[in-house]
Design a protein around this ligand. Structure first.
Ligand code: IFM
Length: 727
């Protein structure tokens, strides 16, 4: 779990917080990932590749290797310094009576995506003798599912510089990793250097003599390049170039640039809470990992459900990004939000293929997306209890994702004027998905309306259902939004809109047709009351206490559990309530209250996405106590390993929705005609919240207390925070 929590990254590179030295003192997944570097697993499904470990370090202290399981460890401190984006570990290690103090420090540079730095300090406390110190790039790594790389070559480039070149299997991406070391010994004592470049690793081994209380320090600056990068030369040359020459960074200069970049990010994104210290830390932890997971320049990658912190879901991208994480970027870094949406635009070819292969028109986005946009959701996964393969239908049926992506793009546009995006990327996505829904619906003559049969809504406990309220509502909105975008292009007089209109071959009749379908797709509402049925037939299912079937408690084999769930009114995560989070103004308080009362007790929250949504809806209903309860569930999802699977990677969607539960929930921020509106409902134990959000070239600085709301506005540029400006 700690390795996931202590992941360092910059959206290009992500490295888990595993120990530097060879480790036999507990479970560990050594993980190094580069966004967009996938390779097919044994079933042909693309998986984020676990690349050589660049922080591998080993120490031999007066003849004894430092391995924590072999010695006596005292004063062990591990510190994730979120303010500066640095991971530190220090310990006192005793073996055969020799006691040594060791401190490790590392960072993945936020200012220069390819670079990272590492410093190790060693002090013998009661012995004199030889220190053998090794810096390695270790190619002997593999994903949990198997190895996806082949080492091409390990090479010395110059004194103190070595490089490891690898290749991904099946996707043929070349990866270059290099480092330049700088050893420092007391009183310039002689130090010997030996290069090892065999066995799939590149390493530099140093030997020196130390006296008690003398300090030796080893720095290295590391670089990673891949053939996916937009470089004007080979991976090898780009790697070497980054670390040689007069302008090449040292550990200290790189760290200074890195911490300055973090200072800028925190100025832009921090939420200050005058309340329990743990709440403050948990919110900053969420913000820290959201920033670390998002590429600062590459629009061909998005953020996977686990960011770059682990291998669960193989690094795939879900609706988690557009619905749960994107709002954080919309309001703190609009340019990053735009890039995340551009990624979806670049995967349209895959979405069109998916629609075509299923017999539909337009574009149906992948439920799980990797590099091409083709569906990458596995068809079977092993039952964690029995190992038996269990069929996964989400890739075929969880189709609401197409509308969720349009929602995300529209959400961005509601807050940032971006005409080229609106008439290009947005229009194409909205129109192609509207075409998909128009071909997806079926006409139901007995009900005299359109239906969408065979889907999975957000609640994944009920598979292959008909007329999921969430799906129908979102599809209807998507059809209307596509119609409006198509009309705008048809009416547009600019060359730009004419070009997009022609490219999309919009027929005059399409917008009317889509709107007619949307009008006929009214979600089912039981009787005349405010209660909304999650999907057709849900109310007729058995009433079962949710604890009986929660994945966290139940020991029943998965197939059997799924059969029981299918027949029960037990739901995994917010489903109907999702609509109230996304469309707070479209439903009456009576409707929200009735559905909250109905669905909340039936929800197991087995998905990490659920708690934050409940917090937001509870805030809207002014149930501040419940809102706080769910906020904490979401905010401590990983810090307290609430679902027992943090070791497989962080829950980035929970982090995104934690941010939203403060901003959309406790502050009740809403879009208004000419700006933003706030109507704070703070938890009892919070005295004040301070934060800044961006909206249409303005930065709004908000201070909210139970008895006071202060909002000041300034131009984005003047605020000096406009690196992420909206175009
Ligand atoms: O996207 C989610 C889904 O809603 C629930 N299962 C896990 C997915 C990835 O986080």
């Amino acid at each position: 779990m700690w390795e996931s929590l202590c992941t360092l990254g910059n959206g290009y590179l992500g490295i888990r917080g595993h120990p530097e030295e060879s480790w036999d003192a507990g479970p560990s997944l050594v993980g190094t990932y580069v966004a967009g570097v996938y390779a097919p697993d044994d079933h042909g499904i693309p998986e984020l590749v676990n690349l050589p470990n660049i922080f591998a370090t080993n120490l031999v202290l007066n003849g004894s290797p430092m391995r924590l399981a072999n010695g006596n460890v005292t004063e062990y401190v591990r510190q994730l310094d979120m303010r500066h984006g640095v991971l530190r570990r220090s310990l006192v290690f005793t073996h055969h009576g020799h006691t040594t103090w060791v401190r490790f420090e590392r960072f993945v540079c936020l200012d220069a995506p390819h670079l990272a730095g590492q410093r190790v300090v060693v002090v013998p406390l009661n012995w004199s003798g030889e220190l053998e110190f090794t810096f390695t790039i270790d190619g002997a790594v593999s994903n949990r599912s198997g190895r996806h790389i082949r080492v091409i070559e390990a090479r010395q480039i110059a004194s103190h510089i070595v490089m490891l070149l690898t290749h991904t299997l099946g996707s043929e991406i070349r990866v270059g990793q290099i480092f330049r070391a700088q050893p420092w010994t007391p009183r310039k004592r002689p130090i010997s250097e030996r290069v090892e470049t065999d066995n799939g690793r590149a390493e530099l081994r140093y030997r020196c003599h130390l006296e008690p209380d003398e300090c030796a320090c080893f720095d290295r600056v590391l670089a990673t390049y891949t053939s996916r990068d937009p470089i004007d030369t080979s991976v090898e040359r780009a790697s070497v170039r980054s670390l040689r020459g007069p302008r090449a960074p040292t550990y200290a200069t790189l760290l200074a640039a890195h911490t300055a970049a973090w200072r800028r990010e925190w100025r832009r994104c921090d939420i200050e809470i005058d309340g329990p210290e743990q709440d403050q830390r948990a919110v900053r932890f969420a913000v820290f990992h959201l920033i670390q997971s998002c590429s600062r320049q590459d629009a061909s990658v998005s953020i996977g459900a686990k960011g770059l912190s682990g291998e669960a879901y193989r690094g795939h991208v879900f609706w988690d990004t557009e619905i749960f994480m994107l709002p954080f970027f919309i309001f703190t870094n609009p340019a990053a939000a735009r890039r995340l949406l551009e990624y979806r635009h670049r995967t349209l070819a895959g979405a069109r293929r998916k629609a075509r292969e299923a017999g539909y028109r337009g574009a149906m986005f992948a439920w799980e997306s990797a590099d091409t946009g083709d569906e990458t959701c596995p068809r079977f996964v092993p039952d964690p209890r029995t190992g038996e393969p269990v069929r996964v239908l989400c890739g075929d049926l969880e189709q609401h994702i197409s509308a969720d992506i349009v929602y995300g793009a529209d959400h961005y546009l509601r807050h940032h004027a971006d005409r080229t995006f609106k008439q290009g990327i947005f229009a194409e996505i909205a129109i192609e998905t509207a075409r998909f829904w128009a071909s997806r619906v079926t006409w139901n003559p007995s009900a005299n309306r359109y239906s969408i049969p065979h889907v999975i809504g957000p609640d994944e406990f009920h598979e292959d259902v008909g007329d999921s309220t969430f799906t129908n509502y979102m599809a209807a909105w998507n059809l209307r939004t596509g119609a409006a975008a198509a009309r705008e292009l048809l009416a547009g007089r600019s060359g730009h809109s004419r070009m997009w209109g022609q490219w999309l071959r919009i027929k005059e009749s399409e917008p009317d047709q889509w709107e007619a379908i949307a009008d006929g797709l009214t979600p089912p509402v039981a009787g005349n009351g405010p209660l909304i049925e999650q999907h057709k037939g849900f109310f007729a299912l058995q009433q079962v206490p949710p604890e009986q079937l929660s994945a966290r408690i139940s020991r029943t084999p998965e197939k059997q559990r799924m059969r029981r769930l299918q027949a029960a009114q037990v739901i995994k995560q917010a489903d109907v309530l999702m609509l109230f989070m996304l469309w707070p103004q479209a439903f009456s308080r009576a409707q929200k209250l009735a559905n909250w009362r109905y669905y909340e007790p039936r929800t197991t929250h087995d998905s990490s996405l659920s708690a934050g949504v409940h917090s937001i809806v509870a805030s809207d209903l002014a149930h501040t106590g419940r809102a706080y309860h769910y906020f904490r569930f979401s905010a401590f999802m990983d810090l307290e390993d609430r679902l027992g699977n943090t070791c497989d990677g962080l829950h980035l969607a929970a982090m995104g929705v934690t941010w939203q539960s403060v901003v959309r929930g406790f502050l009740q921020m809403r879009a208004a005609e000419n700006g933003l509106m706030f109507h704070p409902r703070l938890p009892k134990s919070w005295k004040e919240i301070r934060l800044a959000v961006r909206h249409r070239r303005m930065v709004y600085r908000v201070v909210a207390r139970p008895d006071l709301l202060k909002v000041t506005e300034e131009q984005m540029r003047r605020a000096g925070l406009n690196k992420g400006k909206a175009r």
